[in-house]
Design a protein around this ligand. Structure first.
Ligand code: NMX
Ligand code: MLT
Length: 435
């Protein structure tokens, strides 16, 4: 079956049955305790969300439908034999739990291209903002303009039955994923280049087409974009952007509304904006010493200067991970293969040696190791995408591939409106025996 919708349609009854059985037979099984620390500590460690596509192990990192990044690199189709996994293949995997064939992936590539028409008013909505607006502000504006074409909203207004909600959600999701690269590329070219739109190339896959529309043609950059989009797609359900999308979609807000909200969370410097902050920070190191080729002592002094001024070291630490992020590692492997002598890559490697012991010494940082954002910027910079304020937009395009499958499943499984209980400070004190 080369049609993703048909493949999914076959799976829906089976998944619905599994969820029904769990609710009926095991609804009272306890998954853990809720402590005061969890309520005051950003809900860390609280298992409270169903997320089908991926799960993060604190030590091993992300698995997409049970597959590690190296396994995905081995088993998912690439643009050529041995190439990086195609984002379309990741989308197929996350949505269906099945490894797609090359034919299935090619058919999905074609389908995404055929859905990628951008209404003129979406460009105009972006044009209404000053060019100086942050790329993420322009991006959410563009996504909100795309919402005008929501199939879910139309179907709901037309009285669609609940059992079929997932179908227009699928339509919106695929349209959203298909249209994001063109919107994102428009913002890049408007803000940093000549403003001219580079049309989609019908011979290219999703990741390569995004690079192409940004204005890049180097096959190595195209290949890096495939890897970049694939590894940034999903990071289980609790990260701010994915959790936000799921929450906002729960009262039946359509995928555009939910994803625009997700992007607003991604734009925070402790989440997706960290990739921008990392390159800015690396550049400030180079500016301070006049060269990227600095000693361990100089680097150590600079890190302490950052910490002593009350800032975090961007690209280090994580809410769940307790080891080096495998998304960092695969980018490092890519860099070792393609740009081993790049001075900024060498600086990134040095930072990885010097930062963790310093963060560990602080005694409060739970994870001193690098995350995904510690590496992406130097690779993008090497291939000519030097404007770091744009980096979170790339992350945002990729995140749609992780978020959308769950929104479709949320509707297929009839997931309810999300509404957890909160507690007042007085009540919390009372519960702790401090009346
Ligand atoms: N540099 C300095 N201090 C840090 C760092 C860091 N990289 N990471 C954690 N800490 C501090 C943190 O600010 C907190 O301090 P305080 O108690 O004074 O408020 C303390 O260590 C304990 O924090 P953790 O429990 O280790 O981390 P938490 O789960 O709260 O936060 C992050 C996780 C990712 C927000 C945090 O590690 C951070 O701010 N990192 C830098 C920003 C970053 O790289 N974010 C990107 C995450 C990945 N992504 O793409 O989303
Ligand atoms: C992500 O990819 O969403 C980040 O690593 C943050 C997270 O998982 O909390």
């Amino acid at each position: 079956n080369t049609d993703l919708f048909s493949e999914l349609k076959e799976l829906v009854p089976e998944y619905q049955e599994r969820v029904k059985k769990l609710k009926k037979e095991h609804g009272n099984v306890e998954l853990g305790k809720i402590t005061v620390d969890m309520v005051l500590g950003g809900m860390r460690g609280m298992t409270a969300l169903l997320w089908l596509g991926s799960a993060v192990d604190p030590d091993e990192g992300i698995r997409f439908r049970g597959m590690s990044i190296p396994e995905c690199q081995k088993k998912l189709p690439g643009a050529f034999p041995g190439g990086e996994p195609l984002p379309e293949a990741v989308l197929w995997l996350l949505l269906t739990g099945k490894i797609p064939s090359k034919e299935q992936v090619d058919s999905l590539s074609q389908e995404l291209r055929s859905r990628a028409t951008i209404p003129d008013y979406a460009y105009k909505a972006i044009d209404a903002l000053p060019v100086s607006a942050h790329p993420m502000t322009q991006f959410t504006t563009g996504v909100m303009a795309l919402q005008v074409q929501s199939e879910f909203q139309k179907a709901y207004e037309g009285g669609i039955a609940k059992a079929r909600y997932w179908e227009p959600t699928y339509e919106d999701s695929l349209n959203l994923i298909a249209r994001l690269p063109a919107i994102a590329a428009y913002i890049y070219r408007r803000k940093y280049k000549d403003g001219k739109i580079i049309p989609l190339d019908d011979s290219l896959d999703y990741g390569a087409n995004y690079a192409h529309m940004l204005g890049f043609e180097d096959p190595e950059m195209l290949e890096f974009m495939r890897l970049y989009v694939s590894i940034h797609s999903d990071h289980e359900g609790g990260n701010v952007s994915s959790h936000t999308a799921h929450l906002v979609a729960s009262p039946l807000s359509d995928p555009y509304l939910a994803f625009a909200a997700a992007l607003n969370g991604l734009a925070g410097p402790l989440h997706g904006l960290a990739n921008q902050e990392v390159l800015r920070w690396i550049r400030s190191i180079v500016a301070e010493f006049g060269t990227p080729n600095i000693s361990t002592e100089q680097l150590s002094d600079f890190i302490y200067k950052t910490l002593n001024s009350g800032q975090v070291v961007p690209g280090y630490g994580h809410g769940v991970l307790r080891q080096t992020d495998p998304r960092y590692t695969c980018q490092r492997e890519f860099a070792l293969k393609h740009l081993p002598n790049d001075p900024l890559f060498q600086l990134v490697s040095k930072i990885k040696e010097v930062v963790p012991p310093i963060l560990t010494k602080l005694g409060k940082v739970k994870n001193p190791w690098p995350n995904v954002d510690a590496h992406s910027g130097v690779l993008l910079n090497y291939y000519g995408l030097t404007e770091e304020n744009y980096y979170t937009v790339l992350f945002g395009v990729a995140r749609s591939i992780g978020v959308a499958p769950q929104l479709i499943w949320d509707r297929a499984l009839g997931m309810p409106l999300e509404r957890p209980k909160s507690v007042t400070l007085e009540k919390l004190e009372q519960l702790c025996g401090k009346s």
